[in-house]
Design a protein around this ligand. Structure first.
Ligand SMILES: Cc1ncc(COP(=O)(O)O)c(C=O)c1O
Length: 426
């Protein structure tokens, strides 16, 4: 007899989970403030001291214990600008994890450098330091760890490698707002950290990004590069002290987006506390169930960013069911799981040599093509993860604790009715 809802049984629940984004009185008040102030422009370098963007950048940097927080248009250009500010040049090699959002790697190509894909640690889904170290060549200039889903990468190990080999470290923190490892926040371990405020993120203005650094020199270059490459000459005798010295474009964030982000900052602590408590509750359920584990290697030493709550399942226990089908089965029970990444980044067509030809200088393109042909990216841990990972979006963790228990119940139901999945496959 069918027990699973997908086969006609009763679902665990039918009520909805919270949706995202959430905005309210504080965002409205901040927007009103910008609207009526008639300061709709944050200044030529987006650094007007009274601008909403400047205030937001300061408060966001303070939240993370960093020296400078510089808002930009989105998280992808944040990576591009940060790479250029670090001095990454065409033909340089930059190590990136292969299990991430695509723009961690495309941003490297856009600045004319070569993304070198490294494998992930199957425990955390973040860059595997040993595999990253194996891929260093004399042309390597930087490592870009991603705090995947909010789980902190192994920053002590990665920094150790980077220091020994003289490499820059850019943390892609798009998914890890306010994540912490050993008391130190995401984005403050490396030379520079980049963030995204795209609509799905745990703090959002629909689109938006930010670059964080402690280095005054980097902050100055980032400030110039986000607005046409205009540097401040400090020459007070001239009508404008700004001079365009380095080719760049306009990557400023609008004041209206910054206003929304100021509102989001106020709402963040309560939302974060709720996510943390609910995630801990859910982990209590998940890790008790056969064939399931929450993707997390660190305990109290890490505050997870919980952009995603990732669950890995044992394909053998679950009769080789695909992540897509497992999510359909769980959705029928009323629990909105979605599949994790279904392929490592290097399998996207955009990274095929013919598609990157126009972005790389001839010598760099020859190197890239040669490597693709003779030593194609192979990341077995990431390949395996693509076939056995499902996840919840962070807004689900804003539900009531009893709604979280329903997730545990749905997982338990599916984990104990695996024979129905097997019948389905026959
Ligand atoms: C890991 C990672 N890097 C970079 C980005 C790019 O951010 P954005 O969408 O703001 O360009 C994202 C956003 O989805 C991301 O998840």
């Amino acid at each position: 007899m069918a027990e699973l809802a997908v086969h006609g049984g009763s679902p665990v629940r039918t009520g909805p989970y919270p949706s995202w984004p959430i905005g309210g009185a504080e965002e409205r008040a901040q927007l009103e403030r910008v609207l009526t102030s008639r300061r709709w422009f944050a200044g030529l370098q987006a650094d007007d001291p009274d601008a909403a963007g400047t205030l937001f950048g300061r408060r966001f940097a303070d939240l993370h214990g960093a020296g400078h927080g510089l808002p930009v248009a989105n998280g992808s250009v944040a990576i591009e600008i940060a790479l250029r500010a670090l001095g990454i040049e065409p033909g340089d090699e930059v190590i990136v994890p292969c299990y991430t959002f695509i723009s961690t790697a495309t941003s490297v190509l856009i600045v004319g450098a070569i993304p070198v894909f490294a494998d992930i640690d199957p425990g955390s889904y973040c860059l595997d330091p040993a595999d990253a170290a194996r891929r260093i060549t004399p042309r390597t200039r930087a490592i870009v760890p991603v705090h995947l889903g909010g789980h902190m990468a192994d920053m002590p190990a990665l920094l150790n490698i980077a220091r020994r080999r003289g490499l820059h470290v850019l943390e892609d923190c798009a998914q890890a707002i306010d994540a912490t490892l050993s008391g130190q926040k995401a984005g403050t371990w490396g030379d520079v950290g980049t963030f995204s405020f795209q609509s799905n993120k745990t703090m959002t203005s629909g689109e938006g990004g930010l670059i964080m650094t402690d280095s005054p020199g980097l902050a100055e270059r980032i400030t110039a590069l986000r607005a046409f490459g205009r540097f401040n000459t400090g020459d007070a005798a001239r009508s404008s002290a700004l001079e365009c010295r380095q080719l760049s474009s306009n990557y400023r964030l609008s004041e209206f987006q910054s206003a929304v982000l100021l509102g989001q900052l106020d709402a963040f602590p309560a939302q974060d506390a709720r996510r943390q408590a609910n995630a801990a509750r859910l982990t209590g359920h998940v890790n008790r169930l056969p064939g399931l584990r929450h993707v997390r290697t660190l305990g109290a030493d890490m505050k997870h960013g919980y952009y995603y709550y990732l669950v890995r399942y044992d394909p053998q226990h679950f009769r080789q069911v695909s992540p897509d089908r497992l999510c359909q089965i769980l959705s029928a029970e009323g629990v909105p799981f979605v599949p994790g990444d279904r392929r490592p980044v290097y399998r996207h067509l955009v990274f095929q040599p013919d598609n990157v030809r126009s972005h790389l200088q001839p010598e760099a393109f020859a190197r890239y093509k040669d490597r693709f042909a003779n030593d194609p990216p192979q990341c077995p841990a990431a390949e395996a993860a693509c076939d056995c990972t499902i996840m919840l979006r962070h807004q689900v963790l804003l539900a009531a604790p009893t709604d979280i228990d329903d997730i545990g119940e749905a997982l338990s139901k599916v984990a104990t009715h695996v024979e129905e999945i097997l019948e389905e496959k026959q």
